[in-house]
Ligand binder design. Sequence first.
Ligand code: HEC
Length: 176
Amino acid sequence: MTFFKTSAFALASAALLTACGGGGGETPAPAENTVENPVSSETAAPETPATPAAVDNSEGFAALPEPYKSADYNRGKRTFKLCQSCHTLADGGPNLVGPNLYGVFGRQIGAVEGFTYSKAVQDSDIVWTPEILAEWLESPRNFLPGNKMSFAGVRKPEDRTAVIAYIMAETGYSDE
Ligand code: HEC
């Protein structure tokens, strides 16, 4: 068996190298090489939420106008996973590949300090509303040609509504 051959050889070399003839102690080389958990992204969120399935939407979304108010919180949170490699939501959160999104609603496009936007964004004068964000997310490329958000879009309307509600709830949206 090759395993024995190899490990005998390994043991022999080890003995030679250390010049320690003591013997007796078997140190079989680990035969498996399975990497179960490759470290991928630093920002990756835990996959399985510790909380049970029943999540009360009213907590996060109660203050929002319809249709965001009755959107599915878990769907929104799940859909935001598509964004989170590039965007943070927390107040004062860092810019990643894309700008931090805290306070985005009611704000002029391209206004986060310290983030270098594309010319397309700099030349645009959109003010973000939930409805305009829905259009952007349906197809960023079509909505504003030349922008540098490399993201195909969120295809399902219910995913868009839910992720927008989630962003509203997480970024201090106020309806004034
Ligand atoms: C691959 C990285 C990436 C992903 C994924 C991504 N974005 Fe972006 N996003 C960007 C970049 C880069 C910009 C800046 C675009 C520019 O300057 O042209 C941007 C811009 C934006 C803006 C405008 C911000 C401002 O300050 O005006 C919003 C809003 C936004 N993204 C929302 C989202 C949402 C919501 C998702 C997920 C559904 C998402 N993005 C997914 C990279 C990304």
